[in-house]
Every structure is written in structure tokens, then in C-alpha cells.
Ligand binder design. Sequence first.
Ligand SMILES: Cc1cc2nc3c(=O)[nH]c(=O)nc-3n(C[C@H](O)[C@H](O)[C@H](O)COP(=O)(O)O)c2cc1C
Length: 176
Amino acid sequence: MDKRKIAWCITGSGHYLKESIDLMLTLDNVDLYLSKAGEEVLKWYDYELSDFKKKKIKIFKDVTSSSSPVSLMYESVYKLVVISPTTSNTIALMAQGISNNLVTNMFAQAGKCEIHSLVFACDTEPVVITQAPKKLVTLYPRKIDLKNYNVLRKFENVTVVDNVSSLKKSLKKLIK
Ligand SMILES: Cc1cc2nc3c(=O)[nH]c(=O)nc-3n(C[C@H](O)[C@H](O)[C@H](O)COP(=O)(O)O)c2cc1C
């Protein structure tokens, strides 16, 4: 049996945060990686890190300059990196090959270790209705956001999805 875990990364996106967390909590072999904004945004949406810890989920925060937890990628600890939800900022960095924080380093190192990544991009349509902390708001992703998303879709060893149903289907396929 494959005992390797899933590294689930949460970035600072309110869009599809709940759906991502609900899906993550169905898994029993997951470690949680948070961007700095991800850690902040969880609080905006009333999530407590202690609730994840109670479910035995190990949490890695972005507190080192070198993103030291990525060394686990070299130890065959993970079989898959999931980044869900993914901000337009993180999509832009990853699409340009920039790895300057914990989540973008997890993505880059996954690529270099030939570990598959599953990315749930949120700004994928010209008009997006998103969940702000207190209400739904309509946003209009810029051309550059859509361009970065399309660049990332062409990466090898990376699956980019744009809706919850595809996220669930791809996850099932990738961990079976
Ligand atoms: C309450 C709240 C919700 C946010 N939701 C989104 C979002 O849905 N999508 C997005 O691209 N950025 C969103 N942001 C902005 C990001 O958190 C911000 O761009 C941050 O710098 C992203 O950092 P990261 O990509 O390292 O997580 C939100 C910010 C706040 C305060």
C-alpha cells in the first residue's frame, strides 16, 4: 500500500475556501501548508487551526525564508501536492516559475521531484462571483489573470482545474 501523503496547500483565497477545506477533510493522509495570506484568510472565514490539529492534520506555516519544509519532498513523504484554493497571485508566481514563499516552493519542488500537482484556480472566467467574508461579490478577473491561468494549464505533471466537480474527479483519479 502507498503510505505517502498529500500536501494540501491553502492560499489567501476566500473563493472556494470552504469547498476546498470540506474536500481536504475527507482525506486521512494529508498535511496542510499555508501561505501567509492563507493563514490570515482562514481567520476571516472563522476557521481555527486548532480544529485541523484535532483532526491530526499537521500544519506547516510560511515562517522560514528558505521554505525549509520543502525538504520533505526529497524524502518521498508526498505522492501529490494539491493547491486549493489558489489566489491569482500564486497562479501568477507559479506560471512564471517563481518560488519565493512556502506554497510556490512546494509547487516548484514537486515539479523538480516529478511529483504531480493539482491546482484549483479561481480566477478563470471573465466574471466571477465570489464569497467575501460577509457577502457575495462580483469580480472581473483581468486579462493577465486569465493569461497566467492558461500558461499554467500547459505545465507538465500539473493538473489545473476550475470548478469543484473537476477538483473532486481529478483528486480521486490522482490518489487511486
Ligand atoms: C478576505 C479576503 C479574501 C480574499 N480572497 C481572494 C480570492 O478569492 N482570490 C484572490 O486571488 N485573492 C484573494 N484575496 C487576496 C489575497 O489574499 C492576496 O492577494 C495575497 O497577497 C495572496 O497571497 P498568497 O497568494 O501568497 O496566498 C483575499 C483577501 C482577503 C483579505
